[in-house]
Design a binder for this molecule. Structure first.
Ligand code: NAP
Ligand code: MG
Length: 469
């Protein structure tokens, strides 16, 4: 049983102003796995005051001082990487190989990338005859979700630190453990008091207190559209900058070429990774209509090959994060059946033999882009295969979405993939499995605003000052 009852505020591990706790559930067993404290606005006031005091010095710290701190954090992170991965697995149910693999690798990658960008970042530039300075915005509230816990905390914390900001992190109630260990790592690395603070608790309380706080300069949020909209409204009265990374319904276009069936199989397996709980998941798979039978067979085979089970065992997929998410996904699967989508793999209910834990059957439908299951973010292992007539049709279908976060193009001809990518109205397009920590990540349309990752992530936390004459 884990017990994390203290917050990290002003360089100290402290009890909440008003003691209150909540149990955390292991989604693989439905059993209580530990206890955390829930904070109140009084804790937020303490943390914001500490962050404001610390900003006076940290905002002026040299690049060398910031680099030294990031490297000290990196040394601690590497020592405790396994522990972080185990915590991710316990809190949100990713298979241990994924928790201790890609989940912690993403956190480590954002840290290394912040170090690389900081070494080169021109905080002073010229524009015309003037000096343009990039200065830290100040005290930041960082509000993160449970689906890629290490990615989402690290992609905010390290660029914010590197930029000279001070911050208060509010981790998700569903996945509080890895954030707690990350806070220990940051504390043990010798971070100056008040520069980094962490308070656990409810979004409606702690998140709201941060969004409305007159002494918080910006909010960086990743999560649902609904909460993102609320934060934007809450932050409006104090004219805060708000960075939003919301949901998606990203299209994966498979070109009509020799690699088509293999690419469909790869895209299907990719969709089931992390139990489909990825904002940029390729949840609409666009395949050539003339070869629909071949594509359907490849998708069904790939889906049926995904093993589901105990995250501590050797399975490709664990449970989804909670009973609430399980029920949402079941509703969408039923909705897909009701609206006449053709089920080609998976379906409602738990996988055979798993009657405890929030396990979902990896599911593939063939449908149209007009169906609810093609329009709304399901956030589970549910893929919709949609046939296209020609490549212009594929591009039109991909762009016919309220969202604009990601996109994928797979095909033998990389130039043709890039041509298609240029036509897609989304913040990022991955071609043939490409991956780059320096590429910006963020949404067009209702997928949010602002960009994280690499140098682009720094700009979220920087003000621009002109010195003229
Ligand atoms: P969520 O409700 O948007 O929560 C994300 C974070 O915001 C959590 O830390 C949450 O705290 C906090 N929060 C909640 N209400 C708040 C408020 N009024 N003010 C400030 N912060 C607040 O996301 P979720 O409940 O975890 O998931 C719901 C849906 O969001 C999913 O089904 C999925 O569609 C989408 N989602 C998207 C992403 C993404 O990466 N784009 C990630 C996760 C979820 P609590 O701990 O109290 O919830
Ligand atoms: Mg919520």
């Amino acid at each position: 049983m884990r017990e994390y009852l203290k917050f990290y505020i002003d360089g100290q591990w402290v009890a909440p102003v008003t003691p209150r706790t909540a149990e955390v559930i292991n989604p693989a067993t439905e059993a209580v796995s530990g206890t955390i404290s829930l904070g109140s606005p009084a804790d937020v006031d303490k943390a914001v005051a500490a962050a404001r005091r610390a900003f006076a010095a940290w905002g002026e710290a040299s690049v060398k001082e910031r680099l030294d701190l990031l490297e000290a954090i990196q040394a601690q992170y590497l020592k405790r990487e396994r522990e972080l991965g185990e915590a991710v697995t316990e809190e949100m149910g990713a298979p241990l190989s994924l928790g201790t693999g890609f989940h912690t690798l993403l956190g480590k990658g954002h840290l290394q990338t912040a170090i690389e960008v900081l070494r080169e970042f021109p905080f002073e530039r010229k524009a015309g005859t003037s000096i343009v300075r990039y200065e830290p915005i100040g005290v930041c509230g960082l509000i993160t979700p449970w689906n890629w816990p290490m990615n989402q905390t690290c992609v905010k914390i390290f660029p914010a630190l590197a930029s000279g900001c001070t911050m208060i992190l509010k981790p998700p109630q569903l996945a509080p453990y890895s954030a707690q260990i990350l806070a220990e790592i940051i504390a043990d690395a010798g971070t100056p008091a008040g520069v980094f603070n962490m308070i656990q608790g409810q979004g409606s309380v702690i998140g709201n207190a941060l969004s409305t706080h007159p002494d918080v300069d910006m909010i960086s949020f990743t999560g649902s559209e609904q909460v993102g909209v609320q934060i934007q409204k809450d932050a409006a009265d104090t004219v805060k900058r708000v960075g939003l990374e919301l949901g998606g319904k990203s299209a994966w276009i498979v070109l009509d070429d020799a690699a088509m069936a293999g690419n469909v199989a790869g895209a299907t397996a990719g969709m089931m990774g992390n139990s489909g709980q990825t904002c940029s998941a390729g949840s609409r798979l666009l395949v050539p209509r003339a070869r629909l039978d071949e594509a359907v067979k490849a998708a069904a085979d790939a889906c049926n090959a995904v093993t589901v089970g105990d995250p501590q065992g050797d399975f490709a997929m664990g449970p989804v994060v909670s009973k609430g998410q399980f029920n949402i996904i079941q509703d969408y699967i039923r909705k897909g059946l009701d609206e006449g989508a053709q089920l080609i793999a998976g379906g409602p209910g738990r996988p055979e033999g798993l009657d405890k834990g929030w396990y979902v059957r990896p599911t593939v439908f063939v449908g149209t882009n007009a169906m609810v299951i093609s329009r709304e973010e399901i956030f589970g292992p549910v893929l919709v295969v949609i046939p296209y007539d020609d490549i212009d049709d594929a591009i039109a279908i991909a762009n016919d979405s309220d969202f604009g976060l990601g996109g994928y193009v797979s095909g033998v001809d990389a130039d043709e993939c890039r041509r298609v990518a240029r036509k897609l109205r989304t913040g990022a397009i991955w071609i043939n499995g490409g991956f780059d920590f320096h590429a910006p990540f963020g949404g067009y349309k209702r997928s949010g605003n602002g960009r994280e990752w690499g140098e682009y992530g720094f700009h979220e936390y920087l003000e621009i000052k002109a010195i003229i004459g």
